[in-house]
Design a protein around this ligand. Structure first.
Ligand code: NAD
Length: 321
């Protein structure tokens, strides 16, 4: 088997490779060639940790495996380690033998950023100029960097509950040579594309704070109870997701569905747009919303891609197992 340690990922995995892997696996999911297994997530009663598994099988890309890991809230303070910890395990679908063990921390940020980026490519207006960020934490920087590659943006605007964190966004905007402006939520009406990536449990963005024609990627809501936008926004928008079952149970759509405002049939797979089976955006005034819940197949896709690169460059550690 191959081992690709966490420390090797930054030099191996590019945003382009993550984008390609995620776009392909979304397409495979919508074509019925790939499916996710039920997610396991447990409070283990030790170190306040949440631990779980996200797995799946992609018959088209021949990726089988799981990401194991979770959230250890005391890591940073007690041990100087990051709080989110994960590892991806890949198996040979022909034999069941373990094929690779891959550090999953950076890969998680890259595959999550790739998901919103794929949604922008397929759903945002071609002439989008202003990108609005809601959230300015660890993931937000990855999200913004990837999104800026999708359209010819000329300005970044941002809102965050903790305004001092907005410097994170300004840093990425400056890196890309773009002006950054901190705005109130009403100011999001100026955005053509909005990404929300927070740990919020209440709606932040109201339906009337989004202009016609906007594409919004809601990326923070990945657990029951979390919420970033007004459920009425999902009524106004055409809603897309990575996986419908997750979107309506743990994603942003959970609230609009629970309130009976929309049904499962109102949520389409982004992969269907990629495959040409769904028209996607059909007018310049339409609001499109991508509910990015994060699926195990995304992790397997980027891990498989990184193993291939590591083997090619001769830096994968080979272990007789
Ligand atoms: P972080 O701790 O670095 O940043 C958290 C962000 O949320 C900050 O901007 C903070 O100001 C904001 N925030 C915190 N509490 C808030 C509240 N009550 N209301 C509004 N904003 C609040 O976290 P991160 O690593 O950037 O992750 C952000 C979110 O993304 C988390 O909820 C995480 O679970 C989620 N996530 C989703 C996926 C996916 O695939 N969809 C993948 C990874 C992370």
């Amino acid at each position: 088997m191959y081992i690709v340690p966490e420390r090797a990922i930054a030099d191996l995995m590019t945003r382009d490779a993550a984008f390609d892997a995620v776009e392909k696996v979304f397409a495979a999911m919508a074509a019925g060639d790939a499916y996710n297994f039920p997610v396991v997530r447990e409070a283990i009663g030790h170190e306040d940790a949440l631990y779980g598994f996200k797995g799946g099988f992609d018959r088209a890309g021949l990726s089988l495996g799981l990401k194991a890991g979770g959230y250890w809230p005391n890591n940073l303070e007690k041990r100087g380690l990051i709080n989110h910890q994960s590892t991806v395990f890949l198996f040979d679908p022909d034999t069941g033998k373990v094929r690779a063990m891959v550090g999953g921390n950076l890969l998680t940020a890259l595959r999550t950023a790739a998901a919103s980026s794929v949604s922008i490519k397929h759903l945002a207006r071609e002439d989008a100029k202003v990108i609005g960020m809601i959230g300015a934490g660890h993931q937000a920087k990855f999200q913004l960097r990837a999104a800026l590659e999708q359209r010819d943006f000329d300005k970044v605007i941002g809102w965050n509950l903790h305004p001092e964190m907005l410097l994170n966004l300004e840093e990425v905007a400056t890196e890309a040579g773009l002006p950054f402006e901190a705005v109130e939520l009403d100011g999001m009406r100026a955005a053509d594309v909005i990404i929300s990536i927070t740990s919020s449990f209440d709606a932040i963005l109201k339906a009337d704070q989004v202009s016609p024609g906007t594409h919004i990627a809601c990326m923070g809501t990945d657990t029951k109870g979390k919420q970033e936008v007004d459920p009425q926004l999902l009524v106004r928008a055409t809603v897309f997701t990575d996986e419908v079952a997750q979107s309506t149970s743990i994603g942003e759509a959970q609230h609009a569905v629970a309130q009976g405002l929309i049904g499962e049939a109102d949520v389409a797979q982004l992969g269907a747009v990629i495959n040409g089976a769904h028209p996607g955006r059909t007018s310049a005034e339409q609001i499109t919303l991508f509910d990015g819940t994060g699926v195990g197949l995304q992790d397997l896709a980027v891990a498989a891609s990184v193993v291939e690169l590591a083997v090619k460059k001769g830096i994968a550690i080979e272990v007789d197992f």
